[in-house]
Design a protein around this ligand. Structure first.
Ligand code: HEC
Ligand code: HEC
Length: 150
């Protein structure tokens, strides 16, 4: 009897470890979850992919003029991938337009920061770059907190 309950405890511990590692994997690799969100949103905007994003979505302060499907590519390949996060880092997926998460407004301010760095690079005469590229990946490289050491 005692032996039997011992093995149940072991089984329960193994099951718990398996579930914990699954959850950890999901957080470590959000790409699949993000692809699922994008697929759901694409299905929702079907027929309006090329329409200006502001006619399709509800709360745009920067990206209103780009085609709606392009906004989703920027979200997936630009924002989420460069920070290594799920869409849920910045969004409540039940209300994509909501600004309830601070990271979403920070992302708008970071876009302005990137633009201002690009302008400053253009002003470095002897560098001679007309269209310098500085984007989220330049600093973030797959992390929410940019590295300060190599
Ligand atoms: C780093 C933060 C961040 C991440 C990560 C992110 N977004 Fe966004 N998202 C934003 C910001 C900021 C806006 C608003 C842009 C604007 O003001 O023009 C936005 C707007 C949107 C909108 C428009 C909602 C509306 O109705 O106004 C959708 C849809 C959206 N995102 C989907 C996604 C999806 C899907 C993902 C994951 C693949 C994602 N986002 C990842 C920051 C983020
Ligand atoms: C010049 C470098 C630089 C660029 C370019 C940059 N960031 Fe950041 N970002 C930072 C730094 C530094 C922090 C603060 C990290 C810390 O110490 O917490 C930060 C923080 C953030 C945060 C808050 C961290 C968190 O946990 O949510 C978000 C969101 C973010 N950046 C999004 C973006 C997005 C989106 C872009 C591109 C539009 C971008 N950043 C471009 C340097 C940069």
């Amino acid at each position: 009897m005692a032996k039997h309950s011992h093995s149940i405890v072991l089984l329960a511990a193994a099951a718990f470890a398996a579930v914990t590692s699954l959850v950890a994997q999901e957080t470590a690799n959000p790409a699949a979850e993000n692809a699922k969100f994008v697929a759901e949103l694409k299905a929702k905007i079907a027929g309006k992919e090329k329409a200006p994003a502001k006619e399709v979505f509800k709360n745009l302060k920067m990206f209103g003029d780009m085609p709606a499907e392009r906004l989703l590519s920027v979200m997936e390949g630009g924002f989420a991938k460069s920070l290594g996060v799920s869409c849920t880092h910045c969004h409540n997926p039940a209300a994509w337009e909501s600004d309830e998460k601070d990271a979403k407004q920070i992302a708008r301010d970071m876009s302005a920061l990137s633009r201002s760095i690009r302008d400053q690079l253009k002003a470095i005469d002897k560098l001679g770059i007309r269209n310098p590229t500085v984007n989220c990946t330049t600093c973030h490289r797959g992390n929410t907190k940019p590295a300060t050491t190599l």
